[in-house]
Ligand binder design. Sequence first.
Ligand SMILES: *Cc1c(COP(=O)(O)O)cnc(C)c1O
Length: 352
Amino acid sequence: MGVPTRADLAGIPDYIIPGRPPGAILLNSNENSLPPLPAVVEAVAAAAAGGNRYPQWFSEDLVARLSAELGFPESWVGIGCGSVSLCQQLIQAYCAPGDEVLCAWRSFEAYPVFARVAGVRARTVPLDSGHRHDLAAMADALSPATRLVFVCNPNNPTGTAVGAGELRTFLERVPSDVLVVLDEAYREFVTDPDVPDGLLLARAHENVAVLRTFSKAYGLAGIRVGYCVGSPDVVAAVNKVAVPFAVSGPAQAAATAALSHTAEVNERCRAVAAERERVRDRLTAAGLSVPASQANFLWLPLGDRSADFAGFCENNGVLVRRFGDEGVRVTVGAREDNDVFVRAAEAYASAG
Ligand SMILES: *Cc1c(COP(=O)(O)O)cnc(C)c1O
């Protein structure tokens, strides 16, 4: 029997652990297909050599580097063990039991899980018919209990993004005592000039915070580091609830070193974006419906055929990520791997 956990824990969904069978092509976790740059690996090794010491408490060197890079004062930058950790910290810092977190659905699965772990209600607003955030409906859904709103832009898992105008209109409707968290985990892959840079909005609105990560564009998913940009109050609150030393020395060093190579990182991201369009064109030519994406993945709203399609891909050596009976998300990886996926998808589509 053992010691009973708190009563509501069993009702909180478990994370779906992505499969990694040996030899499979992994297009199921939105990872970068390229390993970190050699200078970053060297920085990690050098930091590991000092592993007997605790790391910097607030990742001060990385904060200084990001502050210079982004043009924000250091007090506006907070570091987390991946930006997923910062999502949790923001909920912990801003919401108490009885409060509400508002987010779109489908969006990032961690939002409602973290809310419920914190004893906070997660209110979800369906995406619109174009698989995009329905910001007007989200504004209508704000209630006096709402303390925090997540806007995932571009949205995981659909890849769709909201534009500057609609986001500004939304922000005008959000009360100043509600925090809007723009999760920009995929910002570096955006090519549509109408998708706003959240940092400009954070500068203009005290109740806007932006989350970014080194996991996707920088290819450091396994090293665990992300950051938050927001007013000093937000950063202080996030730091207050942080697990001490959660951001390891090697992670701090990796991110700091990576920031000296932004030109290469941006070039890699542009290549991924070009691949994204190539893959999407092939899929739509095969008759599959694929909304335009601004991220490093594509969404196939296959409905009740999702499991069948994902199984078909797996039998062809490619792992994709299925979300219930809604759809399948496929990461844009290396060109030859994408081609294996595209051939499987074409075969699936032509078999009807
Ligand atoms: C991947 C992802 C993150 C962050 O991941 P970390 O590895 O924790 O930095 C945050 N939000 C969304 C929507 C993501 O897809």
